[in-house]
Design a protein around this ligand. Structure first.
Ligand code: HEC
Length: 370
């Protein structure tokens, strides 16, 4: 393993060591009993005794959601549901038909009734608490329903510039799976030769949550990405070979500090066309504006390591630092954006720096009929 790998591996181990026993508050049976009583009294008139939100004769302009539908019930973290229950729907961009219970219930009662709402989902779905903010480079372990536009401009020591835009569609499958496709568009601008642009290598991938633990606030996944040689190698827009990339990703929260790591191996099917590569990434995010999701923003710092070998070019590794900022753009937090600058700190400097960013839309779960 290279030096970059050792550094990131070491930091990860320290984090795992320190983190043992650090997690969310536990829900007791007593909380659930209290929660059920409160629910029947204060919520069931609209949300229904069975949580399905279909109360005969109830006339309100917005139907309450089906809380027994796990894709919906597992999505939002407790923090958001507590906020909605306390402040009413508009606090997180929802309808004012959902009233505020700030004056009717204590903080503890709100926590209990929200804990009870969760019991309407009877399958084992990873919970929204583990949907950590997306870093710029590090892969997320969470299975997403998301559309992500990314952009990345690299500046080389020879004053060349190359830019990649990409569009990724991610869709959850079942409680733990996710499929995705990514369409990149590449523009290369070697000095003095005029820019060349076109479709790069299209990728498809699958991801599956291997382990999730709400109390420990820990999540890990494995997956596989396949890059197809759709970009023209002659024009420098692709690798000219199919690339198989198995990966592992994990995330862990310690209070407000969130650490995420990913480890990926890239294997080119035509080995002389592209190097084999190991990518190790570690990302930390910390909130700087945290008033619900309304103005949520985070500072972001990533360590990105890459070792390459196997083609004529000598084996090399590179470690980069990527500081950045991320911000939710809408009240419901469904739109978010991030920007950052990646700077190589060791190893071969094939780029001076990269400016990168994303804009994402987390679409709500949908299904046909109800
Ligand atoms: C007057 C009817 C009414 C009552 C009473 C009511 N709700 Fe709601 N609730 C709604 C409606 C309608 C929505 C959907 C709002 C929307 O999607 O814009 C909603 C949405 C919610 C949501 C948001 C789910 C999500 O992620 O979108 C939560 C959480 C919630 N209610 C909890 C409660 C709790 C807890 C109680 C009792 C303490 C309660 N509600 C009582 C009508 C009600």
């Amino acid at each position: 393993m290279s030096r970059a790998g050792l550094i990131i591996g070491g930091v990860s181990l320290i984090i795992l060591g320190v983190s043992f026993g650090w997690g969310a508050t536990r829900v007791t049976d007593k909380d659930l009993e209290e929660g059920e009583l409160l629910y029947r009294e204060a919520c069931a008139s609209c949300h229904g005794e069975d949580g399905k939100g279909q109360v005969p004769g109830l006339e309100i302009k917005v139907p309450p959601p089906d809380l027994t539908w796990c894709a919906f019930n597992s999505e939002e973290p407790d923090r958001d549901w507590i906020l909605i229950t306390a402040e009413g729907g508009p606090a997180t961009g929802r309808s004012d038909v959902m009233p505020s219970f700030r004056d009717a219930l204590t903080e503890d009662q709100i926590r209990q009734v929200v804990a009870y709402l969760r019991t309407f989902c009877t399958e084992d779905w990873p919970r929204g608490e583990l949907n950590f903010p997306r870093p710029l480079v590090t892969e997320k372990a969470w299975p997403e329903n998301e559309i992500v536009f990314t952009w990345n401009t690299a500046r080389t020591p020879g004053d060349e510039q190359s830019t990649q835009f990409s569009w990724t569609l991610e869709k959850r499958v079942g409680p733990r799976g996710q499929v995705e496709v990514k369409f990149p568009f590449q523009i290369n601008d070697p000095e003095g030769q005029g820019a060349v642009g076109g479709i790069g290598d299209v990728e498809a991938g699958i991801k599956y949550v291997l382990y999730d633990n709400l109390e420990q606030l820990f999540l890990s996944s494995g997956g596989l990405e396949v890059g197809a040689p759709t970009g023209s190698i002659r024009r420098g827009l692709g690798d000219g070979t199919t690339i198989l990339s198995p990966f592992l990703a994990a995330g862990k929260a310690w209070g407000d500090l969130i650490g995420q790591g990913s480890f990926k191996f890239e294997y080119p099917v035509v080995t002389r066309r592209a190097p084999k590569a190991l990518l190790y990434n570690l990302a930390f995010t910390y909130p700087i504006l945290a008033v619900g999701r309304l103005t949520e923003g985070q500072v972001l710092l990533e360590l990105n390591g890459k070792s390459e070998w196997g083609t004529e070019a000598p084996k090399h590794f590179q470690l980069s630092l990527t500081p950045g900022l991320r911000k939710a753009l809408t009240r419901s937090g469904l739109w978010a954006a991030a920007v950052g600058v990646q700077v190589p700190v060791t190893g071969v400097r094939d780029v001076d720096y990269r400016v990168m960013g994303y804009l994402l839309y987390e679409y709500p779960p949908f299904r046909f009929g109800r």
